[in-house]
Design a protein around this ligand. Structure first.
Ligand code: ATP
Ligand code: MG
Length: 362
């Protein structure tokens, strides 16, 4: 197989801790470019609140143009109290991430939540469950379902006023996300758990049917269907039994946050939103963390793991992704932790120190 060795990346640091952790990811990118057989061009552009301040809108034309010329987007995080007074469509997050997802048809959101054995004590799970570790990949449909269904409106007055949203999924939409989930399960531990509410909702009856049909093309993958209410309980009780969670937009939003919480370390978790040509937007699972921005204590690992996901999914360079992940694992094994991963009295490493440690292992 010929491996493409030249890539363009749009780098959008954004707000809060975004720029601080992006510095580390870019150092790692520079080192990777130097030592592996590939050429990477990256260009930095403004997004979110930073772009509102500089250019008057959360996703300026020049930023969008840069993204269109690129093979992937490395995204920091956006938002913060400074912009919370703005109307919802002009908010940093709604005004940048939603249009990017739409423009590039990023219908598949991937959120890996591994519980690193070294960090089991940070999990809110019972130690007997946490100590066994787990490794769940949430595959969330991102461009359909109740968040986008029409009509969506408010109407009427007084006690008769109502709000209406529409949960709609087409066979086509379900099939493409399901196929990806089964593809991922095929190269992982061979199990897909599809999460729905097929006992009450029409769109979810279709969801279950289509997932079942797709599963017939994957004889090596076990399929399980769970109602979402049951799924959130089972995730607490037996997280080890899950491999790939296949979710519609709404349930994926909820369940992926639950999985992140079960690991107890939001600052470690990356995410990816990809389309059918494997163009992707890669960003930490956590937000801009305004409470710790500017203090030099943010955990850079989620951002660096987002970069690793970019190599794996958009550039098909699993070797580089694994190289980066190994360096991170060794750093964690050495006990080099930022403040979010130590108990109150213990000393901790800065964002930069963790970055240097990862670099030294690369
Ligand atoms: P959002 O609406 O953007 O998701 P949020 O209120 O959920 O915002 P996050 O930014 O996700 O806030 O952060 C939640 C908590 O996790 C905060 O206390 C934050 O400091 C912490 N946190 C998030 N990311 C990191 C990180 N990389 N390093 C350290 N702490 C982090
Ligand atoms: Mg959040």
């Amino acid at each position: 197989m010929r491996v493409k060795d030249k890539f363009n990346i749009a780098v959008l640091p954004g707000d809060g801790i975004g720029p601080e952790v992006m510095v580390i990811a870019l150092k790692i990118l520079d080192l990777v470019t130097e030592f592996w057989d590939l050429t990477i061009n990256y260009q930095v552009a403004a997004v979110g609140g930073d772009a509102i301040d500089q250019l008057g809108k959360p996703l300026p034309e020049e930023t969008l143009a840069l993204c269109k010329q690129s093979d992937a987007i490395l995204f920091g995080s956006v938002g913060g109290p400074k912009w919370s007074h703005l109307p919802s469509g002009q908010q940093p997050e709604r005004g940048s991430l939603l249009p990017l997802r739409k423009t590039f048809d990023l219908f598949c959101n991937l959120r890996p939540s591994p519980l690193f054995p070294e960090l089991a004590s940070f999990s809110p799970l019972h130690p007997a469950i946490a100590s066994k570790g787990f490794d769940i990949l949430t595959v969330r449909e991102l461009t359909g379902g109740v968040y986008f269904g029409k009509p969506s409106l408010r109407q009427g007055h007084g006690p008769d006023e109502y709000g209406l949203d529409t949960m709609v999924y087409s066979r086509k939409e379900i099939e493409r996300i399901a196929r990806l989930a089964f593809d991922f399960a095929n190269i992982r531990r061979g199990k897909v758990t599809s999460i729905d509410k097929a006992n009450v909702l029409m769109s979810m009856i279709l969801w279950r049917e289509v997932v079942e049909e797709v599963s017939r093309d994957y004889s090596g993958v076990e399929v399980e269907h769970l109602y979402v209410d049951n799924a959130v309980m089972q995730l607490m009780k037996r997280p080890q039994d899950f491999d790939v969670l296949l979710c519609p937009n709404l349930f994926g939003d909820i369940v992926s946050d639950q999985c992140a919480m079960l690991t107890g370390s939001l600052g470690l978790l990356p995410s990816a939103s990809i389309n059918s040509s494997k163009f992707g937007l890669y960003e930490p699972a956590g937000g801009s963390a305004p409470d710790i921005a500017g203090l030099g204590i943010a955990n850079p690992i989620a951002q660096v793991l987002s970069l690793a996901m970019m190599f794996q999914y958009s550039f098909e360079r699993r070797d580089i992704a694994d190289g980066i992940r190994n360096a991170i694992q060794k750093t964690l094994r050495d006990g080099v932790y930022t403040k979010d991963l130590v108990s109150k009295s213990e000393s901790y490493a800065t964002t930069e120190q963790v970055g240097e440690h990862i670099l030294s292992y690369l």
